[in-house]
Design a protein around this ligand. Structure first.
Ligand code: G4P
Length: 526
């Protein structure tokens, strides 16, 4: 296969969902239908159940599982599918955002009983920011869920996207019989009452065929006919280009746990989902078919063995061919690095690979060279954009409780924040370190890992902060003025960029009104 064909056949995506909607189950079923695994139950859910109170074993388990499920690749038809796992717990939202920077499209799972949930909303906002194409899978049709038209309305209104159903459920809950494929005009029915039989597709050229009445009863057949009429009248036809622009989302209905609707989803996904996209850098756009290799690190995973601080950096390949043992340029560090054991992930097997192509993710063993967002090239000096840090939502002061281990603490904080576990800010006025996270659990993770891996002790003190916002101004003098005026509220992030620590929304507004020329940014890239 030549280079261009290798690129075209790649489909790199993530499944996003509010916890419990069925992401893990769907992932497993896609692997099963793709022939990558032989039995159900092989994919472990990577969510930490909230009920387990500050249980470090849970945290460790989570880290173990999320290495093995970080990337799951398999071949399907002539496509190579790369599923990038996003953490299931809402505390890890920022990690999810970064993973979304490495995919070309997403499948969003919605529970038909619960409809649109808070996490669904947040995740979709990120997709919209990047114009990521979204396919919707409405799951758990075996449960008494909402009316499908109401669900679609809710999705359109709440998520501000247009939808186009490509399959349509016949009945719901106890009466769920199967789905009608609106593109192929076929009925895919459950067999018997078990609702676990993989579908049988019956093709009908005419929806008025009386055979349909016999198969699903006259009542359901007439409901289906009127639903199909309504769908054609209400929803625009699916246009692949508008889907690729992230403006319209095809919708599938099914039940992941019962294997239902998965085939339709997978077949359509590989056909219409985009291959590797061109990527923006600080020096123009890089096309995937550019022969020179380039890629960026979107995730770093610490080794589970505390005695070895080596880590795995997950690199998304954006252009060219990645080769084992070849020297590549680490742009931020201005270093040449080569990798003798780059790892690829097929289904759940890790293996050392000799080459990889745009769209692929390789795991690089790293002794501390990488930070999230780092770019590797064949020599060129550009950085990929689109992997920003977001303003954290929770903040704590760091207290060093063992002054003999100050260096260890410093190193631990540096490395853990390089991994993206949390963000580190240093307040200008007194040099105090402030940790910012998206969820409370990270503080426990940091404290535990500082002790276990760096032999450093820290406690955290409350600090009342609403947001940390990056600040900029075209006039440097005005920026300096502002920083002087709000001296006690200025900190630097790890890169030395100035950040305004806002104690409340009101104080932020006051600052914005008094200094209209200063720009406040919720993310580090602007
Ligand atoms: P998540 O990764 O999005 O958090 O969800 P996950 O797949 O773990 O699914 C959450 C729960 O929903 C699981 O039940 C799973 O079996 C169930 N589920 C997934 N798909 C369907 C479906 O189509 N219909 C129904 N009725 N349930 C579904 P659980 O009790 O939490 O876990 P388990 O004991 O079944 O593993």
């Amino acid at each position: 296969m030549n280079f261009d064909e290798e690129i075209k056949r790649r489909r790199t995506f993530a499944i996003i969902a509010h916890p419990d909607a069925g992401k893990t189950t769907l992932t497993e079923k896609l692997l099963l239908f793709g022939g990558a695994i032989q039995s159900a139950g092989a994919v472990k859910s990577n969510k930490i159940k909230k009920s387990t109170t500050s249980d470090f074993m849970e945290i460790e388990k989570q880290r173990g599982i999320s290495v093995s499920t970080s990337v799951m690749a398999f071949d399907y038809k002539h496509y190579k599918v790369n599923i990038l796992d996003t953490p299931g717990h809402e505390d890890f939202a920022e990690d999810t955002y970064r993973t979304l920077s490495a995919v070309d499209s997403v499948i969003m799972v919605i529970d038909c009983v619960k409809g649109v949930e808070p996490q669904t909303r947040k995740l979709l906002e990120v997709c919209r920011m990047r114009n990521t194409p979204v396919i919707v899978f409405i799951n758990k049709l075996d449960r008494e869920g909402q009316n499908p038209f109401d669900l679609l309305d809710e999705i359109e209104k709440e998520l501000k996207i247009k939808v186009r159903p490509l399959t349509w459920p016949i009945g719901i809950g106890k009466s769920f019989k199967g789905v009608y494929n609106l593109v192929e005009k076929s009925l895919n029915l459950f067999q018997g009452d078990s609702k676990t039989t993989v579908e049988e597709r019956l093709k009908f050229n005419d929806i008025n065929d009386s055979e349909i009445d016999k198969l699903i009863t006259a009542d359901f057949a007439s409901q289906l006919r009127s639903d199909v009429d309504l769908i054609d009248g209400v929803y625009d036809e699916l246009n692949q280009q508008t889907y690729l622009e992230g403006k319209i989302s095809p919708v599938f209905f099914g039940s992941a746990v019962n294997n239902f609707g998965i085939n339709e989803l997978l077949d359509c996904f590989v056909e219409i989902a985009p291959g590797p996209k061109a990527r923006e850098t600080d020096n123009g756009v890089i096309e995937p078919n550019n022969k020179k290799f380039s890629g960026f690190v979107f995730k770093i995973h610490a080794n589970l063995d505390p005695k070895h601080r080596d880590r795995i950096a997950f690199l998304r390949i954006c252009s060219g061919t990645f080769e084992r043992n070849k020297y590549y340029h680490h742009v931020r560090e201005k270093k040449e690095l080569r990798f003798s054991n780059p790892t690829a992930f097929m289904a759940q097997q890790k293996s050392i690979i000799d080459e990889a192509f745009p769209g692929d993710v390789v795991g690089l063993y790293d002794a501390g060279n990488f930070k999230i967002g780092d770019t590797l090239t064949e020599g060129a000096n550009f950085q990929f954009k689109g992997i920003p840090s977001f303003s954290p939502e929770l903040f704590r002061y760091v207290n060093n409780t063992d002054p003999m281990k100050t260096k260890q603490l410093q190193k631990g904080l540096e490395q853990l924040t390089d991994e993206g576990v949390a963000q580190l800010f240093t307040r200008k006025v007194d040099g105090r370190k402030i940790i910012g996270t998206v969820g409370a659990l990270q503080f426990e993770v940091i404290q535990h890992r500082l002790k276990a891996e760096y032999n450093a002790s820290a406690t955290f003190d409350q600090i009342n902060l609403y947001k940390a916002l990056w600040i900029s101004c075209s006039d440097k003098k005005k920026l300096d003025n502002f920083m002087q005026d709000r001296n006690a509220h200025i900190a630097l992030d790890k890169e030395g960029r100035p950040v305004f620590l806002a104690e409340s929304a009101w104080l932020l507004q006051m600052a914005q009104e008094k200094f209209p020329e200063i720009e406040f940014h919720v993310k580090s890239e602007f």
